[in-house]
Design a protein around this ligand. Sequence first.
Ligand code: MG
Ligand code: MG
Length: 265
Amino acid sequence: MIYLKSESEIEKLRESALIVSRTLAEVAKKIEPGVETGYLDRIADEYISDQGAKPAFKGYGPKDNPFPATLCISVNEEVVHGIPGSRTLMEGDVVSVDCGVVKDNYYGDHAYTFTVGECDDQTMALVKATRESLDLGIEQAIHGNKVGDISNAVQSHCESKGFGVVRELVGHGIGKSMHEDPSVPNYGRRGRGTRLRSGMALAVEPMITAGTYKVETLDDGWTVVTADKKKAAHFEHDIVVREDSAEILSTFDYIDEIFAKTNSN
Ligand code: MG
Ligand code: MG
C-alpha cells in the first residue's frame, strides 16, 4: 500500500528530515581519528531529544534483539546497521552514519558517509560515486517515471566506476512508518517497477561497495558487512516525487558548511 502525502504531511516529513540533517552535522563536527563511535551516538541522542523528537532506530526490530542505539555507525567493511560502541575511528576509515527520528508521528531517515582524515584514492572514489549516484537516482524521481528508473540510474553509475551495488538492502517509502511501500532497490531496469506519482515520499539510499555486492550479517544480528571485507559507502536522502523534479526534504548543506569551515582554517 502506497500512501501519497498531502502538503501538510510533507511539511511534517520535512521537519523530521531536517532534524536528522542537523543531527548528522552535530556528528560531523566530532568525526576525527580517536573518537569512539559510542560518543557520537550520545551526541546524536542528546541533540534529537533537544529538538523534541525521538530516535527512530532505538528499539526497532525484533523484540528479542531490538537495535540498541540512536545511530547506525558502519565503519569500513560494515555497510549498514553497525552498532555504535567502544570502537574508535582511525585515520583512513570510511564511516557511514545513518540516523532516524520521529516527530509528530512522521519519520526522517537519512545518512552520510564520512572519511576520517586522509583516505586512499579508491576510498575517495567510492564515496564520491555513491554520493553522485544518490543525486542521479533522485533526478529520476519524477511523476510518471518508474522505480526502476531510480534503481537503474544508481546501478549504472556505480558499476561504470567498477563498484558493487548491494542487492539485499533497499530504499523505501517513508511517512508515518519508517519503512513504507514501495521498495526502492539500487539495481534494476529502466521502465520497470512501481509507477512514481506526485506526493510519494521516498528514502533513496545507495549502498555501494569497493568489491563484491554480496553482504553478510554479523552474529550481533544487525551489522551488515561486505562478504569480501572491502569498504562500503552509503548516502540517503528523504525526497518527495513531484511533477518536474523531486523535492529533497533532507539536506547535506549543514555538513558541507562544517567541512567548508574546517578547510578554510
Ligand atoms: Mg532508510
Ligand atoms: Mg537510513
